[in-house]
Design a protein around this ligand. Structure first.
Ligand code: GDD
Ligand code: MN
Length: 249
């Protein structure tokens, strides 16, 4: 473990953060989330870049991303990451473009509070964690704006996974996380699932590989603009993915 971490113990000054933003029909949310990221990262003094991974959104999200590139600079906003459309592999493609030694993943629909990002940074530095995971199911964490059905789905997915795989992390399906780049790469290499189940597999594998996981309570607030992409198909794929992991690990 020590040798794997060795190269990452550099001072804050030498660190760079890549923020991966997967988008599907986020034209209305993207300018705001990017503005917030630029503001908070700018104030914190950390070096950063934002990578928009769009899946050919029909609402013109990519054009908005290109406008944002012009405003903030192509070194800060990376876009037109080539995707195999809707293969559920946005992160895997995004990471290839990441130049930071830390990688943030978060939703682009403002459900994750950007102002929480410095908390992640501090946690990682102080704890030296390989992965810091935002949790809705511990401490002050919570979910706001979801109906009962959606709450039950999320709780249920976490509960069943806890019972079957005992990963020992409180939020298995969340997607507000910070990884050391090489940790993310090694996990992605091993990950077989796509779509919503991907986050769960990542944290289960992280545990198996003995990576250290820090947790930060977060408040998840349902989106105001646009729609969630969680449908019945995703629930079926989640269960399939879970059973596959149960059978193979
Ligand atoms: N590139 C790409 N391709 N991005 C996508 C796709 C896709 O096919 N589908 C969704 N996204 C993006 C959205 O634009 C958004 O930025 C983010 O992924 C999350 O998608 P949502 O559709 O808003 O997810 P959610 O709010 O229903 O679900 C949230 O909670 C789940 C756990 O309960 C998300 O945080 C999920 O990632 C999480 O697993
Ligand atoms: Mn959402």
């Amino acid at each position: 473990m020590a040798s794997r971490k060795g190269s990452q113990q550099s001072r804050v000054g030498g660190d760079k953060y890549s923020v991966l933003l997967p988008t599907y029909n986020e034209r209305e949310n993207l300018p705001l989330i990017v503005w917030l990221l630029v503001k908070y990262f700018g104030e914190s003094g950390y070096d950063y870049e934002i990578i928009v991974i769009d899946d050919g959104s029909p609402d013109g999200t990519l054009e908005v991303a290109e406008q944002l590139q012009k405003i903030y600079g192509e070194d800060k906003i990376v876009s037109n990451v080539l995707l195999i459309l809707h293969s559920g592999t946005a992160y895997i493609h995004g990471i290839k473009h990441a130049r930071g030694n830390y990688v943030f993943i978060m939703d682009a629909d403002l459900s994750h509070h950007v102002s929480g990002s410095p908390v992640y940074l501090d946690n990682t530095r102080e704890g030296g964690y390989d992965l810091v995971s935002g949790t809705r199911y511990r401490g002050d964490g919570g979910v706001y704006g979801w109906d009962l059905r959606r709450k039950l789905i999320s709780r249920g997915a976490n509960y069943v996974t806890q019972v079957l795989l005992r990963p020992g992390a409180s939020d298995l399906t969340g997607s507000f996380r910070l990884y050391k780049k090489e940790v993310l790469e090694s996990l992605v290499e091993r990950c077989v699932s796509k779509g919503y189940v991907f986050q769960m597999e990542m944290i289960v594998r992280a545990r198996q590989l003995n990576y250290t996981i820090g947790e930060v309570p977060i408040s998840f607030v349902d989106r105001v603009y646009g729609e969630s992409k969680l449908g019945g198909n995703e629930i079926v794929s989640f269960l399939k993915g879970l059973l596959t992991l149960f059978a193979t690990t």
